[in-house]
Design a binder for this molecule. Structure first.
Ligand code: GDP
Length: 283
């Protein structure tokens, strides 16, 4: 699902989130493991202050393992709990339950001292469009979940998904908008396919991807397309067009076809597990 944002939409989403956040103990923020910074919105730090914070590096099946480890350290140092996940994979969920318990330990302890026993932790999922929020909620909740319905004092229409004895999840995720006014961020979102391709220049996007790949993942383009990498990105896309027979009518090379092919193969993981930004470069 790709999104079109306009100011009214953003204001409404933010107001809704401010309301929802009052009801919860823990913010579960999904980011894309391939661009953990560019897929965040810094507003969530203001919105979620005083709450326990868990960051899930989602789509980690497509990201570079070492880079994901480095990002986990980065976030942990900043006081977040962090786990890398593939939201489609049920096997990842057990580890998350354990971290949720850990993240909410203080709250549980406070409850206990006040004589409140077994009040479940309330959590909500937030993140930019397409980051995997619905997938995560579905996988995490599984089939066994029961919706708890409206409760006294809770905004009408809110549904809570009872995950287990100790956790309840708001069934609708909070949608954050990315910082698209930052060109670098827009570019990276476009590379992972989170922004509509029609509004972008595919040829330029492919050249940017080639520049990142030759710098951080030397050998990857050579392995996949048998191209010489010690060339300019423009030359490399030309080589890819030749190798993959991207030809227009009249026998000219079709660079846009080659660019589309490269982007599609990157996005679907065919080039391997690749991360586009690293903690040191964005710090
Ligand atoms: P939402 O807009 O944040 O709710 O995102 P969705 O849950 O609709 O997911 C967007 C797309 O990403 C869907 O095609 C999902 O199948 C895919 N997706 C979600 N999580 C993962 C993941 O961990 N790995 C991969 N490879 N794809 C995922």
């Amino acid at each position: 699902m790709q999104f079109q944002w306009y100011p009214g939409h953003m204001t409404k989403a933010k107001r809704q989130m401010q309301e929802d956040i009052k009801l919860i103990d823990l913010v579960i923020e999904l980011v894309d493991a391939r661009i953990p910074m560019s897929s965040r919105n810094p507003d969530i730090d203001e919105l979620g202050k005083n709450k326990a914070r868990l960051i899930l590096l989602n789509k980690s099946d497509l990201a570079d393992k070492d880079a994901s480890e480095a990002w986990m350290e980065f976030f942990k140092e900043k006081g977040y709990f962090a786990v890398k996940v593939d939201a489609r994979n049920k096997g990842c969920m057990k580890a998350i339950s354990a971290v949720i318990a850990e993240a909410c330990k203080e709250k549980t302890e406070r409850d206990r001292k006040r004589g409140i026993k077994n009040r479940p932790v309330r959590a909500m999922v937030v993140g930019i469009p397409n980051v995997g929020k619905s997938t995560f909620i579905n996988t995490f909740a599984g089939r066994a979940c029961a919706k708890t319905g409206n409760k006294p004092g809770v905004t009408k229409g809110k549904q809570w998904i009872r995950l287990n004895k100790s956790v309840e999840l708001l069934d609708t995720p909070g949608i954050l908008w990315p910082k698209f006014e930052d060109q670098q961020v827009g570019l990276r979102l476009a590379l992972i396919g989170a922004i509509k391709d029609e509004i972008l220049n595919i040829d330029e996007l492919a050249l940017e991807l080639i520049a990142i790949l030759t710098e951080h993942y030397p050998g990857v383009l050579h392995a996949r397309y048998e191209v010489e990498e010690d060339q300019t990105p423009a030359n490399i896309i030309e080589q890819i067009a030749v190798k993959r027979n991207c030809i227009q009518k009249g026998n000219a090379l079709d660079y846009t076809k080659a660019a589309n092919l490269l982007l599609e193969e990157f996005r679907s993981g065919k080039l391997g597990k690749i991360t586009l930004e690293f903690p040191v470069t964005v710090a």
